[in-house]
Design a protein around this ligand. Structure first.
Ligand code: BES
Ligand code: MN
Ligand code: MN
Length: 454
């Protein structure tokens, strides 16, 4: 039987198995889900074994276990490392889900549930592609190493150490990842750039304790007011970040590349529909695609403090908090940027508050050429799965491991995304289009089969 027919015949089985994976609430951010994280790591290990891997290990770390597998039984053939993550973002706010986050449900050709697109659905695509190759041909066509981690959504904290201690083991001719999105519906895409991410938290303390706002109000500093004043000063009227030196290291993007990015079959209507805001703006002098792909940002992610319960409470809070982040582009250095940000924030803050400044995680941006022969193979495999030529895109999200791998091994990193920008990753009603899930299995199976000829 040929590969495509084999895969076609197993659609129901594949989908049912993915749903089983999705029912495990492997939320890496919350310690109450530790048992689920471990269950998910075992699920991945078991299904790697079922796919035909004889060497499968669950590697404990300081936080969540990694799953590693390898099959090196194709002498003379290339070796790839496939990377993905089995952890997911928290599902809250739960009441905004049409069907429960961890009860996967099909509606209108989409599978809904936390992790469908990011990243369990995409990891499953590779598991089933490999298993199908094994079942049709009796063996894998190439040498395959697999690394599936459980900490991606919390910054891949344990991974760097593991990579440094296992360089020989992880060495491969190329890295393959499916944890990104396609440019749009029906546009298979290969991602050649990601932004980096620094994540910060500050705690401002004014009065030593909460105060009655009638007894003291008007005569004491209010940290919440100071916090909002601070963030109001961090962008200028052109929506550029106001942190001295922030843009100094930003690499100039060639005219040709900007032209290519702006010529992509990107649809403004789809973008606006996905966002649903009354108007759109961003850094002056750049198009929407450029703002996401090649420009750094400074974003406020959450602020809190004072009274936010029901009704009114007249209080001047002692403390105010904020979480914020910077997306970074080549050649910004995360540690340097963190220093600049801290320096500027401390400079803007009045003496009326103490500031505790924390950098929760840092991550480098990544961009790389795509002329190695493996990219042609990826493109033609995507054409087999989707009937259309793949485009090359840069995305705004971040995957710490890609930079780590690229810096460590200097190998091609092939990022083939099967999500869509409007599939609500990290939000309620996350989903994956079934045509991309099933098309993905087919495309990836062809991709791995074709790599044998490299
Ligand atoms: N899969 C995403 C990364 C991504 C999203 C790449 C969209 C390209 C397009 C990944 O799971 C993710 O969410 N990463 C985090 C970074 C991490 C350090 C928490 C992100 O980008 O916010
Ligand atoms: Mn992801
Ligand atoms: Mn994510």
């Amino acid at each position: 039987m040929n590969l495509a027919e084999f895969i076609e015949g197993r659609r129901d089985q594949h989908l049912a198995e993915l749903c089983e994976f999705l029912r495990i609430p492997s939320v890496s951010a919350k310690s109450e889900h530790k048992p689920d994280i471990e269950r998910a790591s075992r699920w991945v290990a078991d299904h790697l074994r079922a796919a035909g891997f004889k060497t499968v290990e669950i590697v404990p770390t300081n936080l969540h276990p990694l799953v590693y597998a390898e099959s090196l039984e194709a002498p003379g053939k290339p070796t790839i490392l496939f990377y993905g993550h089995y952890d997911v973002q928290p599902a809250e706010p739960l009441d905004l889900w049409t069907s429960p986050a961890f009860e996967p449900t099909v509606r209108n050709g989409n599978l809904f549930g936390r992790g469908t697109a990011d990243d369990k659905g995409q990891v499953h695509i590779h598991l089933k592609a490999l298993e199908s190759l094994r079942q049709v041909n009796g063996k894998f066509p190439i040498n395959v190493k697999v690394l599936i981690e459980g900490e991606e959504e919390v910054g891949s904290v344990s991974l760097w150490d593991y990579v440094q201690k296992n360089k020989e083991k992880l060495k491969a001719d190329a890295l393959v990842v499916s944890d990104t999105a396609m440019l749009g519906k029906g546009v298979p895409s290969i991602t050649y750039g990601l932004r980096g991410l620094n994540y910060y938290q500050i705690e401002l303390t004014g009065p030593a304790r909460d105060l009655h706002s009638g007894v003291y109000g008007g005569a004491v500093p209010n940290p919440l007011t100071i916090l909002t004043e601070l963030f109001a000063k961090l962008h200028d009227k052109n929506y550029r970040a106001v942190v001295p030196g922030f843009y100094d290291q930003v690499a100039k993007v060639s005219k040709a590349e900007r032209k290519a990015l702006n010529a992509l079959p990107w649809k403004r209507k789809e973008f606006e529909k996905a966002v649903g805001a009354p108007v759109y703006f961003g850094e002056a002098g750049f198009t929407t695609i450029e703002r996401i792909a090649i420009r750094p940002t400074f974003e406020l992610n959450g602020i809190w403090g004072g009274y936010i319960g029901e009704g009114a409470k007249t209080v001047i809070p002692s403390k105010a908090f904020a979480k914020f982040s910077t997306r970074l582009v080549p050649n910004q250095e995360p540690h340097k940027i963190a220093k600049l940000v801290e320096k500027h924030i401390r400079k803007l803050l009045p003496k009326a508050v103490h500031c505790k400044f924390e950098v929760l995680s840092t991550g480098k941006p990544w961009v790389a050429p795509y002329h190695a022969p493996i990219f042609k193979k990826a493109q033609s495999a995507l054409e087999k799965g989707f009937g259309k030529k793949a485009v090359f895109i840069r995305e705004g999200g971040s995957i710490p491991f890609v930079t780590q791998m690229h810096d460590t091994f200097k190998v091609p990193c092939v990022l083939i995304g099967f999500g869509l920008p409007d599939e609500n990753a990290h939000a309620p009603d996350e989903h994956i289009a079934l045509e991309n899930y099933f098309g993905g299995i087919k495309a990836i199976a062809h991709f791995y089969a074709d790599l044998a000829a490299l």
